[in-house]
Design a binder for this molecule. Structure first.
Ligand code: NAD
Length: 321
């Protein structure tokens, strides 16, 4: 953990704090001596993600839909991390209107909270704003290639609207805002059935089932271990960087390579099977992290094999438990 972050915030509100990334953020903030109010409606998160925090001094849980209202219930808030949103395709396809409302009304409410407290605000955006990119790797000046009425649009466009709203808020009210564009992140506390490749492959490998690779498996993703992502988010929060900044691991891996690596690291006898590729599934995804390296002195430290091993261990312990 970065000791430079100790004590720099008194109180952070983390929306979506009971989710995969949010729960790691809450844990890291408490570790740095920041009190945390986690606001979550448990639409895709889970109480067990924050069970280890419930009795920690400084941790408060507020169960609420951020699209309805957002009230920290105290006046010492100096950081708002807006991470509430379904994130896996399976979730946002199941919750299309909720996803749009969380990205629009929820972002508006989170920005209003930050403005009212004169707090730093950080929006969790996504590499999905680049859609199926025609520029590779993607840097922050690329505008993206998004189908506005395709099935994924509820997520992609919600995030693009959230970025526009955040930018307008800073321009209109002088609110101290930042935007992080997260690329695929993986690690402990992902749900085995959330539809994303890493937990799906690990669940299948541990069960000895065939790993379901979509298409021909040649599509690539860049996978960042959650500890690296959280370190980057907190570095962005501690900075005065306003514009979007990519946070991701620039080492690209094909889905077929990923499947074989998971089988090997899990010591599994599973095979690979090919299934249909979802509509508008991007062919490539790789962050240009020049900006994060230069402005935040951030880059990932955990390699794929190490991160996957740690994630497989966590899934295995859960299954054993
Ligand atoms: P997640 O589904 O595990 O967590 C999202 C959390 O937000 C859940 O706890 C859910 O219950 C909560 N939530 C959703 N809508 C809400 C609402 N209206 N009110 C209150 N709580 C609500 O997803 P995640 O992977 O942890 O993603 C967290 C954030 O990071 C999201 O904003 C996502 O778009 C962004 N992100 C994640 C990734 C990734 O690879 N994990 C990549 C890019 C961006």
């Amino acid at each position: 953990m970065d000791t430079a972050l100790s004590g720099i915030w008194r109180h952070a509100v983390v929306t979506g704090g009971a989710g995969f990334v949010g729960s790691h953020l809450c844990t890291a903030l408490l570790h740095h001596g920041t009190a945390v109010t986690c606001v979550d409606d448990f639409s895709t998160g889970a109480p067990e993600n924050i069970a280890h925090l419930r009795d920690r001094p400084g941790f408060t849980l507020v169960e609420a839909d951020v699209a309805d209202r957002l009230d920290a219930g105290r006046d010492d808030v100096d950081l708002v991390l807006h991470f509430a949103s379904p994130a896996s395709p399976a979730d946002y396809l199941r919750l299309p209107l909720h996803t749009l409302e969380t990205g629009s009304l929820g972002t508006r409410n989170a920005l209003a909270l930050a403005r009212a407290h004169d707090a730093r605000f950080l929006l969790a955006s996504t590499s999905e704003v680049y859609g199926d990119p025609q520029q590779h790797p993607q840097n922050e000046t690329y505008w993206g290639n998004v189908n506005p009425v395709g099935p994924r649009s509820v997520y992609d466009e919600a995030k693009r609207f959230g970025e526009a709203l955040t930018t307008a808020e800073a321009g209109s009210h002088g609110t101290d805002t930042g935007i992080v564009r997260l690329f695929n992140t993986y690690g402990p506390r992902m749900r085995g059935h959330d539809g994303r490749a890493v937990p799906t492959f690990i669940r299948q490998a541990l069960a000895g089932e065939p790993l379901t690779v979509t298409g021909d498996g040649r599509q690539t993703r860049s996978l960042c271990f959650v500890d690296d992502t959280v370190r980057g988010i907190l570095a962005a929060a501690a900075s005065d960087l306003r514009g979007p900044v990519n946070l991701g691991n620039p080492t690209e891996i094909t889905m077929l390579e990923l499947a074989h690596t998971v089988i090997e690291l899990a010591g599994s006898s599973s095979t690979v099977t090919f299934i249909e590729r979802p509509t508008d599934d991007p062919a490539v995804r790789c962050p240009d992290i020049t900006l994060a390296r230069g402005k935040l002195q951030w880059e990932p430290r955990v390699g794929h094999r190490d991160g996957l091993r740690r994630t497989i261990d966590w899934f295995r312990k859960r299954l054993d438990g």
